[in-house]
Design a protein around this ligand. Structure first.
Ligand code: PLP
Length: 373
């Protein structure tokens, strides 16, 4: 089955009890069991699993081509659960450009357990090999990366990880499984902030991990989730499952709009640089063309004139709302250095754009107006 069909049918089975075509939503925290705790219908307590999350997990596993998936209260909860399942003293490598939350987790929390974190340019395979030379347990990839849109070669990283006896985890949030399936390229785990394209409407927080195999790693992370309770609430699971249905259709329009925005801005004198893997000038274009179906709805730009010029442009936009997050129907723009906390790493003239589903001509007029003043 093609992805568009999977998106609609996985986890979307007609309710056997009522015939309801839309998935039922169960809020119950507890499920009847026998006098000796025998499970009657497969469930016991919401923290250990519920029918609505099971539907979503089936959908995400199917979309990522994984054996099994877990869902979490947020993307960061998914990342934390996975990294917490590593033994004390483990060695990991994370990308030099990645979601700021991972960087904070790696800097503040992981060292408390003696976990050694190397920060590596994952697009530089020689640098990755070098980082693995003293032993490595886990390589973290994020492609395209947040916010500089760096593209790393998942197949090559999977080869390096395999040789080193390490896991390869890929944050697939920017691409979504519609555009890129890291497990098919050799990754062990695909991670998502489902808050973004899966939810698709900027109204539900969530995270997910899709595992290539139902193995000891999956069991460790699932056990941790069941005990520590970073569960996705059933209503959030239901909303996210609803998002799955339209994910391929939405992502197609995000890509088409983002490509036009990228081309328009790349030709504009006020813009120093456009980071969008769909542009042939992007250093990761060939890799992206090989491993992605299309180039996504995210881009970042570096505005001529530095921080002040970037903030002035962002402030003049009307359709692009100044807000964090991404992957919703509405276009958003954000000056990342302003929201990265005490030690921002993004260039001061960088703005990140999440290109939405508005009519492309209206988006271009909005940008034109903001750049003219
Ligand atoms: N990964 C990426 C690429 C993100 O952009 C984000 C959030 O912006 C996260 C992970 C964290 O997800 P959440 O905000 O759902 O915890």
């Amino acid at each position: 089955m093609r992805l568009e069909t999977i998106a609609i049918h996985a986890g979307g089975e007609v309710d056997p009890e009522t015939g309801a075509v839309a998935p039922p939503l169960h809020f119950s925290t507890t499920f009847k069991h026998g006098p000796a705790g025998e499970r009657v219908a497969g469930y016991e307590y919401q923290r250990e699993g519920d029918p609505t999350n099971d539907r979503l997990r089936a959908a995400i596993a199917a979309l990522e081509g994984g054996a099994v998936a877990l869902t979490f209260a947020s993307g960061m909860a998914a990342i934390s659960a996975l990294l917490e399942s590593l033994p004390n003293g483990a060695r990991i490598a994370i990308p030099d450009d990645c979601y700021a939350g991972l960087r904070v987790l790696a800097a503040e929390f992981l060292p408390e357990r003696g976990i050694v974190v190397a920060t590596v340019d994952m697009t530089d395979l020689a640098a990755v090999r070098e980082a693995c030379s003293d032993g490595i347990d886990l390589l973290w990839a994020e492609t395209p990366s947040n916010p500089r849109m760096k593209v790393c070669d998942i197949t090559a990283l999977a080869g390096i990880a395999r040789e080193a006896g390490a896991l390869l985890v890929c944050d697939n949030t920017f691409a979504s499984p519609v555009l890129q399936q890291p497990l098919a390229l050799g990754a062990d785990v695909a991670m998502h902030s489902t808050t973004k394209y899966f939810g698709g409407h900027s109204d539900v927080l969530g995270g997910a991990l899709a595992f290539a195999r139902r193995d000891a790693l999956y069991e460790r992370v699932a056990h941790r989730l069941h005990v520590t309770g970073a569960n996705l609430a059933p209503f959030s699971a239901w909303l996210t499952l609803r998002g799955c249905r339209s994910l391929p259709a939405r992502v197609a329009l995000h890509c088409a709009n983002a490509r036009r925005v990228a081309e328009y801005l790349a030709a504009h004198d006020a813009i120093e640089r456009v980071n969008y893997p769909g542009l042939p000038s992007h250093p990761g274009h060939a890799t992206a063309a090989r491993q992605m179906r299309d180039f996504g709805g995210m881009l970042s730009i570096e505005v001529r004139g530095g921080r002040d010029a970037a903030l002035a442009m962002a402030g003049r936009l009307k359709l692009f709302t100044n807000a964090t997050s991404l992957g919703g129907c509405e276009s958003l723009i954000e000056h990342r250095a302003s929201v990265e906390g005490a030690n921002p790493v993004s260039p001061q003239n960088l703005l990140r754009l999440s290109v939405g589903l508005e009519h492309i001509d209206d988006l271009i007029v909005d940008l034109e107006r903001a750049l003219r003043a």
